[in-house]
Design a protein around this ligand. Structure first.
Ligand SMILES: Cc1ncc(C[n+]2csc(CCO)c2C)c(N)n1
Length: 222
């Protein structure tokens, strides 16, 4: 007992590194990622964000305390009122119109990942749901930090993907990531070994689905 978030990553170290250090991430950092792959990723990420908002709504439903209900409400508001708008604007800069986004077919990797998260939350409790969301919420912050520590990463105008890195290294995102880490550390502190085992499986599966999401971008898979 006395678990914390880092025990989840330690329990699936190979999958976690394969997610953080994926070829999509490396080439994005180096500025060599094919633009078509990035566009495909951005389009599917729009659908991902919509389902992610639904996951926050589910977190609200699963909340037993007012503090947890408020946290879920804030997450839902942030996505619906701010982040989806920013995403649509960013897509426009990449030549993807809002109309195109509205009629996108959903790729299998998007479908699998988002519905897995929602099913995990439905079947389990709020902690299951947060653990299923953790590779997304904490992984992207870790990815930005990992990229920043690499020699091969190109920053500034020389990298067409610089704005993407800047968003996830930014203080606003990094502080949301730290808050999520604290929330998880507090709850993991008193789970039993059997419960930790269940949660590790959820975390590993969600991490593998993040790997598939990167690969979908690279392969432009539908
Ligand atoms: C496949 C995929 N995984 C994770 C993120 C990152 N992300 C999505 S929503 C959110 C937090 C809500 O503010 C974060 C960090 C992404 N964009 N796409």
């Amino acid at each position: 007992m006395g678990y914390r978030f880092t025990d989840l990553t330690a329990a699936c170290q190979d999958d976690w590194r394969a997610y953080i250090e994926h070829d999509f991430v490396r080439s994005l950092g180096a500025g060599t990622l094919a633009e078509g792959a990035f566009r495909h990723y951005l389009q599917q990420d729009y659908l991902f964000l919509i389902h992610f908002a639904r996951a926050y709504a589910l977190a609200a439903y699963k909340s037993r305390t007012l503090a947890d209900l408020r946290q879920a409400h804030e997450g839902l508001k942030a996505i619906v009122d701010v982040e989806l708008g920013l995403h649509v604007g960013y897509c426009r800069e990449w030549g993807i119109s809002e109309e195109a986004l509205a009629s996108l077919p959903e790729a299998r990797a998007t479908l699998a990942y988002t519905r897995y998260v929602l099913d995990t939350g439905n079947r389990g409790d709020l902690l299951d749901l947060h653990v299923a969301l953790a590779p997304c919420l904490i992984g992207y912050g870790e990815i930005a930090n990992w990229l920043n520590g690499r020699q091969d990463t190109v920053r500034g105008e020389a990298n067409p993907y610089d704005a993407w890195i800047a968003m996830y290294e930014g203080e606003e995102f990094q502080s949301a990531m730290r808050a999520e880490l604290e929330w998880l550390d507090a709850r993991l502190a008193d789970v039993t070994p059997a419960r930790f085992q269940e949660l590790s499986e959820v975390f590993r599966d969600a991490t593998r689905l993040e790997i598939d999401f990167w690969q979908m971008g690279l392969d432009r898979a539908d």
